[in-house]
Design a protein around this ligand. Structure first.
Ligand SMILES: NC(=O)c1ccc[n+]([C@@H]2O[C@H](COP(=O)([O-])OP(=O)(O)OC[C@H]3O[C@@H](n4cnc5c(N)ncnc54)[C@H](O)[C@@H]3O)[C@@H](O)[C@H]2O)c1
Length: 257
């Protein structure tokens, strides 16, 4: 595996925002370790993108696999953690296992990435964690995801304090709705995307490349005085309210009489 001053590790790099971040970092002349639980995807994409991309398999909920990736990439100067998922449902019906999976991947996974990246990155490195608009804006049916992402925002602040003595900067990006496989289900719920966009001043969803560009900026010397911060990238959606996801899902299940 390539290591050195320009190595970046993108966790969750096989899809969506992570894949766009891999491409954006390559364009900035980084070598990239593309780490994902999706081994086939990581290997296929790395083969497509060329020999400056090294695939790695890791599950952010499995400490040994997270540790192994960061040990192998010791000295990396850039880490972007994009791994995430959401298993939705109303609190009163939400299976504990679904709550745990969401919190494990989004929150505990971020902790494990910070722990092992923090041990092995170079002094002066940058770590970026992809949080969410839902870290500050509640959405019905999204209890585990909202709670986990709110936790990520605080975790980033604590990590920024602890790692500052080595010059390591830790920041978060909180995207609003971005067109990726993660949110493909939203378009299946009538009216949900429209309600979201009505509450987005700039009236559109985001592109993965826009989040990737922000991750590149945060990882660059241009953001050298920025740590413990969150970039809200959502077309202004944080200024209004989140759509009522459960009401839309229930309306779909119970057509009007
Ligand atoms: N798409 C959006 O609208 C949106 C909005 C806000 C925040 N986010 C956040 O952005 C991040 C990227 O999401 P995306 O939209 O690109 O989703 P995505 O589903 O396209 O990509 C997520 C990637 O994470 C990987 N992953 C999932 N579980 C993992 C695990 N246990 N270990 C390692 N890798 C794992 C997946 O294999 C996939 O490659 C997530 O943290 C998500 O919560 C997305």
């Amino acid at each position: 595996m390539s290591t050195g001053e320009s190595t970046a590790v993108v966790v969750g790099g096989a899809s969506g925002i992570g894949l766009a971040t891999v491409r954006a970092l390559l364009a900035e002349d980084h070598r990239v370790v593309l780490a994902d639980v999706n081994a086939e995807g990581a290997q296929r994409i790395a083969a497509e993108l060329g020999d400056r991309v090294t695939p790695a398999v890791l599950d952010v909920t499995d400490e040994a696999s997270v540790a192994a990736v960061f040990e192998a990439a010791a000295g990396a100067r850039t880490v972007v953690n994009c791994a995430g998922l959401s298993l939705p449902g109303p609190i009163v019906d939400l299976e504990l296992s679904n709550w745990r999976t969401t919190v494990d991947v989004c929150l505990t996974g971020t902790f494990l990435v910070l722990k092992h990246a923090g041990r092995h990155v170079a002094d002066g490195a940058s770590i970026v964690c992809i949080a969410s608009l839902n870290g500050r804006q509640p959405g019905t049916g999204l209890a585990g995801y909202c709670a986990a992402k709110a936790g990520v925002l605080m975790l980033v602040e604590v990590a920024a304090l602890e790692l500052a003595e080595r010059g390591i900067r830790v920041n978060a990006i909180s995207p609003g709705l971005v067109d990726t496989p993660l949110v493909a289900g939203i378009s299946l719920v009538p009216g949900l995307t429209a309600e979201y966009l009505e509450n987005t001043p700039l009236r559109r969803s985001g592109r993965a490349e826009e989040i990737a560009d922000a991750a590149v900026y945060l990882s660059s010397p241009k953001a050298g005085w920025m740590t413990g911060s969150t970039l809200d990238l959502n077309g202004g959606a944080h200024l209004r309210r989140y759509p009522d996801v459960l009401a839309r899902v229930r309306a779909m299940a119970e057509p009007p009489a």
